[in-house]
Design a protein around this ligand. Structure first.
Ligand SMILES: [Zn+2]
Length: 428
């Protein structure tokens, strides 16, 4: 819904926590991202200032006519490598396996391409608002050391029980190149009303950029694979900058104009959808006055099946700015993702750059011809600089970036014809 002037910021904070939790009925599993965020800003209030600034900038691009820092076609498919970290222990076993993770990826890909079959349940008034995010998730194929992986790891730790952020210390892969998903026995829900549990929680992008190792999603294993649940779809919405549709209640909002305002989480709604609850309309300050969008993935209703077009715009803006290194564009040019190559093999700096940049690589054989190629997100080649490595090992080359226009690029390093390494570069 529409939003949000600066004098409302304080109230936004208060509502943020209340909206998620005061109307929660007992015996329900909910998202813990808001509560988690409140804990983070108590430790570091700067995060909240970053959120406010980030929202102002994003809103200026989405609704104010400001230019985006990056220019990527809205239907260019962006790929995100995912790793599931299964954390188990004998007394609280987590049995999620590779097959379940593959099934979960399939479900994510349906939801993020608007190809999920239950979009037929969207009411006619909202059908035209259905957004296709053109985002595809893949299980990582290489670990951070460059070794083959299934994209699913398994570790034993009691931290899987009543899990919180400490479970992330068991294992984490570089959040710049992998979306880390920790699958745990259960999540510490002691702060919730009795009988309620947290199904998952995520780190927002304005927080994740500084966070490093603890960026990602923690999810209860009962919500991964084999279910019709959309917990991970919802949590990744937060990873990509979406709020709950009910975030600020009727008056403050969720930074999105094509989601109607909602008072509070519609948690126990539409269990027999689409024959029930279709007239729920908790806010009447929108014009025209539309019912709550129970179909929205960022509410809690059991009939959530869609992102809106404007939610999609916001997610792609965050993916191509705060989380620019996380995605890649799969093209005929064969641009690989960072997670499929040795990420330690190349550095590109400064990044972002305003003009020139330096490429450093290691593990290059003396006498070999190295090509440094610069592709845009459509896979078009903008620069191809060939250099013969003069000595074994490290390799440094300064690149004249004055010829490439502002945007997001992939810098790909080839040794002979073999692709060795890739890094994202932002030219400002
Ligand atoms: Zn949530």
């Amino acid at each position: 819904m529409k939003n949000l002037n600066s004098m409302n910021k304080y109230f936004w904070l208060v509502l943020l926590s209340l909206a998620a939790f005061t109307r929660v009925d007992a015996q329900y599993s909910i998202c813990g991202s808001d509560e988690y965020y409140q804990q983070q800003i108590k430790k570091n209030p700067q995060i909240e200032q970053d959120r406010i600034n980030s929202d102002i900038q994003t809103r200026a691009v989405m609704y104010g006519g400001a230019a985006s820092k990056v220019s990527i076609s809205p239907d260019a498919e962006l790929l995100i490598p995912v790793v599931f970290h299964i954390i188990t222990t004998a007394t609280h076993p987590v049995t999620t396996n590779l097959s379940a993770c593959k099934d979960q990826i399939r479900r994510l890909n349906e939801d993020y391409s608007a190809t999920n079959s239950d979009t037929t349940n969207i009411r006619p008034i909202f059908k035209s608002r259905l957004g296709n995010a053109h985002i595809r998730f893949i299980l990582a194929t290489k670990d951070p050391q460059g070794n083959p992986t299934t994209g699913v790891t398994k570790d034993t730790s009691i931290l899987t029980y009543q899990a919180g952020d400490s479970v992330k210390s068991v294992i984490d892969w570089d959040h710049n190149f992998y979306l880390n998903v920790w699958v745990v026995s259960n999540i510490n829900s002691s702060s919730l009303p009795k009988g309620s549990t947290i199904a998952g929680y995520a780190v927002f992008p304005w927080d994740g950029v500084r966070r490093g190792k603890s960026d990602g999603v923690v999810i209860d294993h009962n919500f991964v694979g084999y279910t019709t649940d959309r917990t991970l779809t919802h949590e990744i919405g937060h990873i990509l900058g979406l709020y709950h549709t009910f975030q600020g209640g009727c008056t403050i909002g969720d930074e999105i104009d094509d989601t109607p305002p909602v008072t509070a989480a519609n948690l126990s709604k539409c269990n027999s959808w689409p024959t029930s609850d279709t007239t729920i309309n908790t806010c009447h300050n929108d014009v025209p006055d539309l019912p709550d969008m129970l179909e929205n993935i960022m509410d809690y209703a059991s009939c959530k099946v869609m992102f809106t077009k404007e939610q999609v715009v916001r997610m792609r803006l965050y993916l191509t700015t705060n989380r620019v290194s996380l995605f890649y564009y799969n093209t005929v040019a064969g641009i690989a993702n960072e997670a499929s190559l040795n990420t330690a093999a190349i550095s590109v700096f400064p990044n972002p750059t305003t003009e020139n940049f330096t490429v450093e690589a290691n593990g290059i054989s003396a006498g070999k011809t190295v090509h440094i190629k610069c592709y845009d997100m459509m896979g078009r080649l903008h620069l191809d600089q060939a250099v013969v490595a003069s000595s074994e090992g490290d390799f440094t080359q300064q690149i004249d970036g004055s010829q490439i226009i502002p945007g997001v690029y992939k810098i790909v390093l080839y040794e002979g014809n073999e692709m060795k390494a890739v890094k994202s570069l932002v030219k400002e």
